[in-house]
Design a protein around this ligand. Sequence first.
Ligand code: F6P
Length: 738
Amino acid sequence: MRQIILIVGGVVVAVVFVVVGFTFKQTNKEELALMSRLQSRTQIIADSLAESIEPSYRKYATSSVQQVIDRITNNERVAGLGVFDSKGMPVAVSNSLPKETLQELLVARVMDSNVPEGIFVKSGEEMMYVFADPIHDDERVVGALLVVQNAQYINDTLWNIWRDNMIRFFLVTFLFLFAIFLMAYSVFIKPLSRMAESVKAVRRGDVDTEEPEGGHGLFSPLSTEISKITHSLKRARLVASEEARLRLEKLDTPWTAERLKEFFKSYLKGRQIFVVSNREPYIHKKNKNKITWQIPASGMVTALEPIMEACGGMWLAHGSGDADRQTVDDRDMVKVPPDDPGYLLKRIWLTEEEIERYYNGFSNEALWPICLMAHNRPLFREPDWRMYRQVNGKFARSLLSEIKSVERPLILVQDYHLALLPRMIKNSRPDAEIGFFWHIPWPSAETFSICPWRKEILDGMLGADILGFHTQQHCNNFLDTVSKEIESIVNFEEFSITRGDHTTYVKPFPISVAFPNNGKAGKAPKSALMEKYKLNTEFFGIGVDRMDYTKGIMEKLKGLEFFFSLYPEYQERFTFLQIAPPSREGVKKYREFNEDVTREAERINKKFEKNGWKPVVLHKEHCSYEEIYPLYRAAHVCLITSLSDGMNLVAKEYVAARSDEVGVLILSQFAGASRELRGGALILNPYSAEETAKTIFEALTMPVSEQYRRMKKMRDTVKNYNVYRWAAEFLKSLSNLS
Ligand code: F6P
């Protein structure tokens, strides 16, 4: 479209030049013709005036001269006539003669030179032609006569020519633009967009045809080439799908997006998936005059997004971006990923008060601290709890309206924000198969017993058919909590809970990342990033955490301080980049934590900085995968110091990014990932600054062969249990129930 506007704009500018040039020439010609006609008419009037007055003038018969002037003035419709004596004094003038000083000058000049002369002058608003002719007695000049003509009609005629030409120009341009647009639309835009749509459909495997639509006429050579490519693509897809189908039988081969898609088709017969979470996978934001989008820093999104891309379906979540409303349709839906849509995102709108009480309050000040157990006292407020129930109801209503005509919908509810949702859905739609995944730890029964609404929460969760946690320990804690808190039959052998006539199975599903990651590893040049973050030292380490007190960022900084004191030879040789995008800024504790971390990083930097080097680079902004992946690939060490963490997918992302099979992962013993990555990662207790310092030293001095052995082991683990397998196992458990 931009190109068409440019071409049309260029043509319009050229036409403007031509039209203006021609009009200019035409008006010049017309002006000359009109002026010359006026001059000769004036000359004739002057001659006839001279002839009529000369006899009377010689006899000084002033009254006769006056009569001649009045007669000619009436007959010829001139603006004025006058006769002047040899001193330039008026002998007789018409009443209408305009009083212009130039007239006297002209009369004097004509008598001196004895040559008639005419000039165009402006008189008030009008243009006049003033003509003077000497009067002779024999050969002697004895006076002069003056003829004044109104020449304004010349200007008017020229102005009319300009106006008419411009109107003609605008009309023609408008018709021309309209015709161009219609032609461009039907000849180029429409066939091209139909071709693009059909190529996209072939690429995504949505249709069988190989011939792209709209590829006729002008585009037929292009269409032939595209159909050859789509033919090859279709064949490749058939082979891949056949391989994936065969691999389904052999569970020990790696899971891929393709294999998950195949599994979905054959086991679940293409049933529709509905994911429900608080956090949305794509946030649209206003950026100056543009709308941009962002993938939020969320382990839940990291894990679920590739699954939705592979299987399609609908994801319902809170629309939290300031441009979210501008990007949805009238059903509050938008197709995502924005650059290659594969599934639908339905946004649910929350009021300020709902966000404050349901999200900031009950979810993040009550449930988060009680489950994460990171020494932060949970805050239980009755209005927060009421709002939590209310907002869970809002999500339930939105989901129920989407599944009303779907038989046995598959519903995947995510996380602690929506604990009441499974029961609400099950009560209205007993045929729905509901999987609920709890992305954070589940505490001991004693810890959870302090929650005043524990029974309602447990009952809400038990509306699910499958309840997943990251680890067996969290499953055990949950079974224990239920057995102590609510009436139910808890089967510790089968890991199931029966309440009323409904049974929920509780199983560990250690969540993971996309590996291989479908080409999403960023391509940003490494050196530019190193420059940007001032990482041009011999070694650098990386940490990527939401700005959350459970991530142990303060402990990490203490550990780094200890490291630089204990091993001063690493000063100016090692830099640590901590990426910490702000999180949950509506919660006071998080705001305070942000300030504490900033102060602490500044203090440590002041203590050690020299020659422009600073030990810690604290980057408190959101970073895209494209930016983080090259940094993962270049970092000598990745340091994760969570004080409590369900899984921690940063650990697995770092491992997935290291296709060079070196680099060292240092991982907190309190992150769920430490169970799977033990033997590869260096495991530490982040509460000990000395241990952190020594582990960093161990990482930086680790021989490459040892790095390779460890990294290889971790990569095999993540590859073998990637998020596609996680999804397949979760969905399989869910569908096996029926
Ligand atoms: O990974 C745990 C988690 O609770 C996610 O479920 C959540 O989306 C993420 O942390 C980030 O938190 P928030 O959604 O509040 O920004």
